[in-house]
Design a protein around this ligand. Sequence first.
Ligand SMILES: *Cc1c(COP(=O)(O)O)cnc(C)c1O
Length: 360
Amino acid sequence: MNELNFSGGPGVLPASVLAATQEAIIAVPEVGLSVLGISHRSDWFAAVVEEAERNIRRLLDLPDSHAILFLQGGATLQFSMIPMLLLRDTGKTAEYLRTGYWSAKSIPPARLEGEVRLLWDGESRGFRSLPKSEELFHAPDAAYFHYVSNETVEGIQFHEIPGLDSVRRVCDMSSDFLSRPIDTDRFDLIYAHAQKNLGPAGVTVVIIRRELLEPVPRGIPEILDYRAHLAAHSIYNTPPVFAIYVVLLVSRWLLNDIGGLDRMDAINRQKAETLYTIIDRYADIYEGRAAHEDRSRMNVVFRLPTAQLEAEFLRQASAEGFSGLKGHRSIGGIRASIYNAMTLDAVEALSRFMREFAGR
Ligand SMILES: *Cc1c(COP(=O)(O)O)cnc(C)c1O
């Protein structure tokens, strides 16, 4: 059942968005053609991109100092595009936080472009906690500072923006973008692929401070140059029309059905609280992975005392219609991903199941 899909990614989408998507695959109402066969050069699609951008701007209260781009290549391509733009040929050092699986992946591509300094490495702590800003010592002339706001695999999330505002701040928000309000002015570049919180795979939203786009180092292929995408209004080559259309539907849902990011945040907090309460109450059976103050409101990660009990938990959960609960292959255990579109009802159903399982 869709509504009980706790998958880490691609994540659930709102039922109303799935219904509108189903309709659009046969024919977009205002066009009469399938979304899979409408030209990316049509006026209709230009309007889709424009509205998606406008909606995201409204949701985030994003000033015009920042541009919004819809790119391909996932968050992983940003791991390379960012140091190509901001580190190559600068002679400076980029500062990275290594807080879990995804931030660790972001570092090797940066090393290809210049010096990288790890400002903090959480490996010796098992990637269970995150640093406080007081523990981070920036070099004043760092090229930029990169971190991941929510470590999707380990289930740890920054609840305050780390680092100094005097160093350019770059953040991978792939798994918590649009899950809560953010102070966008404190960021120079934010990126998030769609497939966890805002649509299907295929499109990545990049928010970039326009100032960063001059000067651009030499030797960057045009398709990897943010300016080319900006000049082409995100229609540089054939974009993922379908994925961007679904992102538009999700942005409308956030604005009109949910009522904005403050409301979304309140719902997300309630969902996370519901599951962590059960984990804390039945601590002899559920061991939460994250340090309490860094617990993610998107990915609730825990273990049971034995591999056998975990297998039994997954078997019984699956028999009751829950899916996607198996932890990431790199660390095992259980992960309940409760992205924006996961309903409080579904989370309450999972918490009931967890309570009953603990009882048995
Ligand atoms: C899933 C994930 C990625 C990987 O994104 P792709 O789009 O598959 O390249 C990167 N960063 C974070 C935080 C993620 O959760």
